[in-house]
Design a protein around this ligand. Structure first.
Ligand code: GCU
Length: 408
């Protein structure tokens, strides 16, 4: 991962400033939210709107006329999995994305799916020569077989340790993924490539200050993959989870907030702008993220650089937007940049909303020890090691999904 700490980055709990979090259960008119109806009809829409206006930006209301075409099907892993590749074309000559779907070969009926974006192309998630090699722009990372911002055959399977597809299908789940760059390549080009121009109004050439950035576009793409998955007879349409690592974990949270068809949401080390509380300013801050990645959020979010206390929301409210659906927040102990404690505290501060909605919420009040997962309707773990998603993380997500979807 790219770490860019400033000289004054806070990595010491004692330097964390004191702050007050906005209360997810007090409406903008000052009224307390005391029942599920007031949450669903009044407070939840308010919070969602605050995140649209101040953080991620508005998404377009109208959908393009998308065609989904299956371009390839086959088997992999010695016949244990079925593979399907689906092209989603958003406009006849415009942008498209490719969905890669793996299903257990012997499922005998629709299966729940983990859906997440990937960083460097679908062909990186497993060493399977039939996966189409993505030809789009990639962030420069020589180690992932990328040369001059393009994937080479050396990219194939290079991130398979992050996907654990063999284990996931063995447990009876499917996996779907899309390359994030199909939706919007991850660099600041004023939103000229990717899907944003598809929605520009007459004379518009970049999103307005309250309109979506790249994370919004990525989350939108997850919803379009969801549109497809809802129509696939091999998929259980009521059991589709959104997951993601880091910037793509910020994305899975935003997708889960905006699109309640996601029945379970996983944030793997999503950090600043994801699960971590911004007001703590521990590790990456709002200013850091807006300066290094000016294209990720809406322009209005920059007003909160060095002014986190004036934000009308904090990230516990993003987590609360998932309620009452199962939500898993995962941290890693050496991933200081993502502020593991800030991620835990956000999950804890989302708990009252989960409780109001009659669920078990987060079963602990203190941060659990390393490698000691806790699972209620909110799950949390802090594992040993660095910023990544690995077999340990997946083992917990599979147990968590079994816990909530075990009746199948
Ligand atoms: C950078 C960035 C983080 C992000 C991470 C990643 O470190 O500052 O906000 O989560 O990249 O996506 O790996």
């Amino acid at each position: 991962m790219v770490i860019m700490p400033r000289e004054n980055t806070i990595y010491d709990e004692e330097q964390v400033p004191t702050f007050d979090l906005p209360d997810p259960l007090v409406a903008e008119d000052g009224q307390p939210v005391t029942d599920a109806g007031a949450w669903t009809q009044k407070r939840r829409p308010e919070i969602l709107q605050l995140f649209k206006t101040h953080v991620f930006g508005e998404m377009p209301a109208l959908l393009p006329d998308t065609s989904f075409v299956t371009t390839e099907e086959g088997h992999a892993l010695g016949g244990r999995v079925r593979r399907r590749q689906i092209n989603a074309q958003f406009a006849p000559d415009g942008p498209s994305m490719e969905i890669l779907l793996y299903l257990p070969a012997d499922s005998g009926g629709p299966v729940p799916i983990f859906l997440g974006l990937n960083f460097f192309g679908n062909h990186t998630v497993m060493l399977d020569p039939e996966i189409h090699l993505n030809t789009g722009w990639m962030r420069a990372e020589q180690k992932n077989g990328i040369v001059d911002h393009r994937a080479t055959i050396d990219s194939r399977g290079c991130l398979s340790s992050r996907w654990c597809i063999d284990e996931i299908v063995a447990r009876g789940y499917g996996v779907a993924t899309v390359y994030s760059g199909d939706l919007d390549p991850d660099y600041d080009d004023g939103y000229q490539n990717g899907i944003h121009p598809l929605f520009f109004r007459q004379g518009q050439n970049r999103p307005a200050p309250n309109e979506w950035g790249t994370i919004g576009a990525w989350a939108w793409g997850l919803s379009r993959a969801m549109d497809y998955l809802q129509t696939d007879a091999d998929v259980d349409p009521d059991r589709i989870a959104a997951f993601g690592l880091s910037r793509l974990g910020k994305t899975s949270l935003w997708a889960g907030a905006c699109d309640e068809r996601f029945a379970l949401v996983i944030s793997n080390e999503s950090g600043c702008g994801g699960a971590a509380l911004s007001r703590r300013r521990f590790g990456e801050t709002v200013k850091d993220i807006n300066e290094t990645f000016p294209h990720w959020f809406c322009d209005i979010f920059r007003r909160y650089n060095d002014a986190e206390d004036t934000l009308p929301v904090d990230q516990h409210m993003l987590l609360a937007l998932c309620a009452p659906r199962p939500l898993y927040v995962a941290s890693a102990v050496d991933d200081h940049w993502s502020d593991p404690r800030g991620e835990f505290l956000a999950a804890l501060a989302a708990d009252p909303v989960y409780r109001l909605l009659g669920t078990s919420g987060l079963p602990v009040e203190q941060m659990p020890a390393v490698d000691q997962p806790v699972m209620g309707r909110i799950g949390y773990h802090i594992r040993s090691g660095y910023h990544d998603i690995n077999a340990y993380d997946w083992a917990q997500y599979l147990d968590f999904a079994d816990l909530h979807w075990g009746d199948r």
